[in-house]
Ligand binder design. Structure first.
Ligand code: XIL
Length: 358
């Protein structure tokens, strides 16, 4: 079993007869940790009902935004730790792990970070300060997010690449390792289960490992669209990354019920939806929920079948009402997660329970 899945909280360890009523974490606890991204300020940004759902269903937390560069260091040398401190404290209070996200990204990062002199020093300083503050309290860090090109070859042409060259990745991983010897360090990206980007990512990771860079995990984001889940690619990717000796986590899973051609999970994409395109404003039709359930079941089955490599499955949001997919790539009513707007389990929960019994 991989490092970050070694210690699921005792209360969440599964017995063999676990049902959907026991909650998502209990269902999967024999195989991997189940986590959830939270965008609200904890604890008061959640209603008591949402808090109960979060604590009852999940064993790990990812900060949806508050640890990103622009949030945690909005101006040079001015750090804002209030929200991340509260999130880490909440997780500890409830026996949940923290999967921190993220240190180096081309999005949600102030322009001053990668312009002018001293880019490398500022990057190392950011990582030392942020990772150091939570050292020993964070299970995993997404050290670098979305560095691989798509489309294109090699690395994404990001401001980090322009400022520091390809070396920026190893600078970041070494700085993170120095600041917290115990956190499991991740490379995180979207579409890296798909063959072309998978090959580019494998090449990158192999190179890093050969040079002794302390990358230990691969985060496959998993922002997928209903009926387009790449099951076979995903299995091949888990096996390929696992073959490098890395643990694999599904770090940001959701299953969009509205097609969004050609945008992957690129947060820079914006679309205008007209009101008549808000297909499911009045609720999600049962046949769509049934397909979503079946596909979530298949997904979890695949992950459980690869439990020796898969450390964690994290959903990108607590329930449909707070999903980023209501706003990205444009505004419409979405239903991508396991729980509906009233915090009720959707059909996916039963499908997952059934899939795990097989
Ligand atoms: C998203 C958040 O969910 C939104 O609230 C924010 O406005 C934009 O970023 N890939 C990632 C995440 O790695 O950080 C993104 O989160 C979703 C895509």
């Amino acid at each position: 079993m991989s490092p970050s899945s070694r210690e699921p909280p005792v209360a969440l360890r599964a017995s063999s007869a676990v049902s959907a009523a026991d909650g998502m974490s209990a269902l999967c606890a024999e195989s991997f940790v189940v986590g959830c991204a939270v965008g609200a300020v904890l604890p008061d940004g959640l209603t008591p009902q949402e808090q109960a759902l979060l604590v009852g269903q999940f064993a790990a937390l990812t900060p949806e935004n508050c640890m990103k560069p622009v949030s945690i260091q909005p101006a040079p040398g001015r750090y804002d730790f209030a929200e991340p401190d509260a999130l880490v404290a909440f997780a500890e209070q409830h026996g949940m792990a923290v999967n921190a996200h993220c240190l180096v990204w081309h999005q949600q990062t102030p322009d001053w970070s990668f312009s002018g002199d001293g880019v490398r020093e500022r990057l190392v300083d950011h990582i030392r300060t942020v990772v150091g503050r939570y050292a020993g309290r964070v299970a995993t860090w997404d050290v670098v997010n979305e560095a691989v090109a798509e489309p294109g070859e090699g690395l994404r042409e990001s401001p980090w690449l322009a400022a520091l060259g390809p070396e920026y990745l190893e600078i970041a991983f070494h700085a993170a390792r120095a600041a917290d010897p115990g956190a499991v360090l991740y490379y995180n990206d979207y579409n890296i289960e798909r063959p072309a980007k998978r090959e580019r990512t494998l090449r990158l990771l192999r190179g890093l490992l050969e040079r002794g860079v302390p990358v230990q995990g691969v985060g496959i984001q998993g922002h997928w669209v209903l009926d387009q889940l790449p099951f076979a690619d995903l299995e091949a990717a888990i096996e390929a990354y696992g073959g490098l000796g890395l643990e694999v986590s599904l770090t940001e899973v959701d299953l969009d019920v509205i097609d969004r051609p050609d945008c992957g999970a690129d947060v820079a994409v914006h679309r205008e939806y007209h009101l008549d395109q808000d297909l499911y404003a009045e609720g999600c039709p049962p046949e769509i929920l049934a397909r979503q359930a079946e596909q979530y079941g298949r997904l979890v089955r695949i992950l459980a079948d690869h439990a020796d490599t898969v450390a964690r499955l994290s959903f990108w949001g607590l329930h449909d009402g707070v999903s980023w997919l209501n706003d990205w790539p444009g505004k419409r009513t979405n239903h991508p997660l396991l729980f509906d707007r009233a915090c009720r389990a959707k059909p996916a929960m039963d499908a997952i329970a059934r899939a795990l019994q097989r």
